[in-house]
Design a protein around this ligand. Sequence first.
Ligand code: HEM
Length: 492
Amino acid sequence: MDPYKHRPSSAYNSPYCTTNQGAPVWNNTSSLTLGNRGPVLLEDYHLIEKLSVFTRERIPERVVHARGASAKGFFEVTHDVSHLTCADFLRSPGVQTPLIVRFSTVIHERGSPETLRDPRGFAVKFYTREGNFDIVGNNIPVFFTRDAIQFPDVIRALKPNPKTHIQEPWRYLDYLSHLPESCLTFLFWFDDWGIPSDYRHMEGFGVHTFKLLTQNGKDTYCKFHWKPTCGQKFLLDEQAVIVGGTNHSHATKDLQDAIASGNYPEWKLYIQTMNPADEDKLDFDPLDTTKIWPEDLFPLQPVGRMVLNKNIDNFFNENEMLAFNPGAIVPGIYYTNDKMFQTRTFAYGDTQRHRLGPNYLQLPVNAPKCSHHNNHHDGFMNFLHRDEEVDYFPSRFDPVRNAERVPIPRDVIHGRREKVCIPKENNFSQAGDLFRSWPRDRQDRFIKRFADAASDPKVTHEIKSVWLSYWSQCDRSLGQRLASRLGMKSLL
Ligand code: HEM
C-alpha cells in the first residue's frame, strides 16, 4: 500500500464506521461507560470526536446575503463582442463557460423566509480559462448609497434592532432620511419588485459600471443585465404571506425542482455601453450606483445566455462555502472609479478569509478551473500538495515567469485628496420617472406600503416631513397623495 496515494475522497468508502483517524468504530450508538449506567469515560475517543465535530459544524453565516440558493450551469456567447473586449470567454459566439450562481436575500438570517421584502442577490461565478470572473450583483439595478463608507450603516439600519432583534421601519426610515440618493432604490424595494415570485423569475444587474478593454487598451464603460427567458414575476403582499407561510424555502425548492425536472432556468445577458469620453455630457454621474443608465439612451445589446442545468450536490460545500468577489475579473474586463465598486474589491476577500479561512480559494467550488500557480501558500487548513523547493520569485531554479501583459485602463487620473460627495447628485429625477412609469394601482400599492411603514409610532413628524419633501421632489403627485394618506400638509 502506498500511503501517500490515499486522499480523503478515495479513502471515504469504508464499509463500516470509522473515526476520522480511520480506526474502526465498533459501537456508534452507545457511549463507553463504567458499568451499564455510567459514568461516561473520557477515553471514548469516538464519542469526543463525534461531539466536537458536531459542535463546530456551523461556520459564521455571511454578514449579509446569508440566505441563498445556488445552482450550476454554463454561459454561452451568442453575439460577437470581440470589438469591445479581449475577454477570452467572450471571444466568439458558441463559446461555453461553466459557472455557478447564487441567489440570495440580503438582510435576514440563513434560515429566514424567502418571501421577505428585500433586494435579492444575483451572483454569478464564471470559471473561465483565464481565471474566475464574478458578477456579484442584485435583482435591483441600483443601490441605496454611492459610497461604501455608508454600507455598514445602511445594512445595520435595515437589519433587526440590536435590542429587540426585530426589523423596525423607524430605524431604516430614520437612517435613509439622511440619504436622498436612496430614493430610486427605495422605490424598487417598496414596489411589487421588492418580492420576486422566486429566483427563476427575476432579473439580475451588475449594478456597477465596468470597463471593457480591447487588447490595445481601447476602453468602453459597460453595465451587465440578466433577463430571465421565462419573464419577471412578483408576489403581492398577500400572496407572499401565503407562500411564505406554506414553505419558507419556496424559492430554493422552485429552483431545485425546475432543474431536476429538466426545465432549465435561462437568462439572457445584455450589456449597455458608453464611451467614457461622454461621461460628463449626462445630467447624472454614470459611475453613481444610485443611478440607472436609461435604456432609450443606452440600448441593451445581447451578449449571451446562461443556462442552469445542474443542482448542487452538497449545500454546505457549494453554497455555504461558495465565495464571490467583485474583485475577481479577467483580462479584458476592469473596474471603474465607481467608489462602491472600488471598495467592494477589498471587502469580499476580507470577510471570506474570516468566514472560511485564508485558504478558501482552495475549496473546490471557489478554486479556478484553469491551471494556476503562485507562492501564496500554507496557513490554516492548507491542503494543496507542494513539493517545490523554490517559493520565491523570481528564481533561476524555477522557470515560472510573468504572464503576457494584459490591458489595463490608460486614462490619466489626478486630483486632490477629498472626502466629499460626487458633484452631480441628481437624487430625484430618475425616481420620479420610475414612479410615473407605473400604472395607478401599482403607484397606490407603493404609497400604501410607505404609509404603513411610516405609521410606526417611532417615526417622528420630522422624519415624515423629510420623506415627504423627498417624494414630492421625485414627483409632485406622489408627494400630494402621500401627504393625504399620512394626514399631513402637502409641501408643493
Ligand atoms: C461597498 C459596499 C458593500 C460591501 C462592503 C459589501 C459586503 C458584502 C459582504 C461582506 C458580503 C458577504 C460575503 C461573504 O461572506 O461571502 C456580501 C455579499 C453579497 N453582496 Fe455585498 N457589499 C457591498 C455592496 C453590495 C452591492 C452594491 C451589491 C449589489 C450590486 C452587493 C451584492 C452582494 C451579493 C449578491 C452578495 C452575496 C454573494 C453570495 O451569494 O455569496 N453588495 N457583500
